[in-house]
Design a protein around this ligand. Structure first.
Ligand code: CTP
Length: 214
């Protein structure tokens, strides 16, 4: 199967030297890429700026902004069976990017932010992969918010994790929710083990859809 996996943060520029971003390390997405390769799948990893070495055998596209990640995902959807949107895409970006460095003339500065495009929600026919997997990064009401994202972003599966304990860490604890109502909890473990546990249901669900289509 062909996996397209996004990982890491995006950076939304404010001026030539400043940006808005988040604490995503990319470890979960890179671990999923490695686990998918170990299971014999083809992997394209679309990654924001992280301090990690790409897993040997993965094709790589490096992106910086949410717009670049959006375009890279859409350029490769026609050749993808499983899309895993693990990246922590910024929700807002500055409305205007200053060409020159902003100087500190004022005592207070307000930045006007606008919404970024939602990459996951933008995945639609005719290029929709057989399996679309979203991630839900939550700090409260994990199940309720994850189920809401699953429906609103039209995912087949959503992997929910508590970012208070998971975001920068080498470990994670996740629950997979499916569109058909099943749930599977994966207890706290190193991200590499969690990734192996995730690739199994991803490939099984994709396999089921592929056979249904034949
Ligand atoms: N996502 C995306 N494009 C965005 C924002 C999020 O594709 N502009 C994807 C993420 O990669 C993830 C899923 O949507 O697979 C959920 O992301 P998350 O940050 O948990 O939620 P948001 O949609 O950003 O909502 P909120 O910040 O309100 O929780």
């Amino acid at each position: 199967m062909k996996f397209v996996i996004t990982a890491g943060p995006t950076r939304e520029p404010i001026d030539p030297i400043r940006y808005l971003s988040n604490r995503s390390s990319g470890k979960m997405g890179y671990a999923i890429a490695e686990a998918a390769l170990e299971s014999g799948h083809d992997v394209l990893l679309i990654s924001g700026p992280v301090n990690l070495n790409p897993p040997p055998g993965a094709k790589m596209i490096s992106t910086v902004t949410s717009d670049e990640m959006h375009d890279a995902v859409h350029d490769h959807l026609h050749d993808c069976d499983v899309l895993v949107m693990c990246a922590a895409v910024a929700d807002y970006k500055p409305a205007n990017v200053s060409v020159q460095k902003l100087k500190k003339h004022q005592a207070r500065l307000s930045l006007k932010l606008i919404r970024t495009r939602d990459i996951l929600a933008s995945v639609a026919k005719p290029d929709r992969p057989f399996l679309v997997v979203g991630f839900a990064a939550e700090t409260t009401n994990l199940e309720e918010y994850a189920q809401k994202k699953l429906r609103e972003k039209n995912c087949d599966l959503i992997v929910a994790n508590n970012v208070l304990t998971g975001i920068d860490s080498d470990e994670n604890e996740v629950t997979i929710f499916s569109r058909t109502g099943e749930q599977q909890k994966i207890s706290r473990a190193p991200k590499k083990s969690i990734a192996r546990e995730l690739v199994k249901p991803f490939s099984n669900s994709c396999e089921k859809r592929l056979t249904k289509k034949m």
